[in-house]
Design a protein around this ligand. Structure first.
Ligand code: PEP
Length: 260
């Protein structure tokens, strides 16, 4: 993990309304405090539905909780006649630190490709937030054995036109689609194989210093029972956690992965 601060981010997906969100964030903060959480050792973040952001912001900032927060998607447009869309400036105004772009569910159900994901990442960066850019292969590709080449192709697309400085500060989430929400977690070696290859590719596309700084998460059925072995891999700098992040006690255990 070198000098990179791990990022454990909980993607709530379309779960928890704003009333429920308030309770979950408070319980997460109390649980982390009970576990003597230190934010310099690992960063905890909640990635919440748009309708929850304001209440989550108010609680976290009001009580100075050591938890970052962010959004699950963003528009490629800045403003105007795009009914239903949310701009990066709107999210920045709510003090979001992170915005997930290119989650496999957006790619699958909303037809997002690497060019759209790249455009969204640029909007997030332009608004001074940090994109968490998701990549990952489907089961057919994993079975064919071409998963590394496939993911590196995604990396080339989603990072196109970014500067080394921008890439050094962002987060890449390697999420094999077959492991998301299925209970089927990649082995620590599987996670390391692809996360290591991504870091090498970032070094080739940019430079070694950028590769050393960029944070690469693993995502796919992470739980408190499997997180430590995954986090022990040298190129895994955190986890993007779906289902298990809805339970604040379980998510706190994931954040405290090295203190079972
Ligand atoms: C995700 O949604 O990014 C995810 C990894 O989900 P889960 O942890 O439920 O597999």
């Amino acid at each position: 993990m070198a000098n990179r601060t791990p990022l454990l981010a909980g993607n709530w997906k379309m779960n928890l309304n704003h009333v429920e969100a308030a309770g979950v964030v408070q319980k997460l903060a109390w649980t982390l405090a009970d576990m003597n959480y230190e934010k310099d050792k690992a960063e905890a973040a909640v990635i919440v539905p748009f309708t929850d952001i304001r209440v989550v912001q108010t609680i976290i900032e009001g009580d100075k909780m050591p938890i970052a927060f962010g959004a699950q998607d963003v528009s490629v447009h800045d403003a105007g006649a795009y009914t239903g869309e949310i701009s990066s400036e709107m999210l920045a105004k709510l003090n979001c630190r992170y915005v997930v772009v290119g989650h496999s569910e957006r790619r699958e159900y909303h037809g997002e490709d690497d060019a759209i994901v790249n455009a969204k990442a640029k909007k997030v960066l332009a608004a001074a937030m940090t994109p968490i850019i998701c990549v990952g292969e489907k089961l057919e590709i994993r079975k064919e054995g071409t998963h590394v080449a496939f993911v590196l192709g995604q990396i080339d697309g989603v990072l196109a036109g970014l500067t080394a400085e921008q890439v050094a500060g962002l987060v890449i989430a390697y999420e094999p689609v077959w492991a998301i929400g299925t209970g089927e977690v990649a082995t620590p070696d599987d996670a390391q194989e692809v996360c290591g290859a991504i870091r090498t590719r970032v070094g080739e596309l940019f430079d070694d210093a950028t590769a050393e700084k960029v944070r690469i998460q693993y995502g796919g059925s992470v739980k408190s029972s499997n997180v430590a072995d995954i986090m022990a891999q040298p190129d895994v700098d955190g986890a993007l956690v779906g289902g298990a992040s809805l339970d604040p006690v379980e998510f706190a255990r994931i954040v405290m992965f090295d203190k079972k």
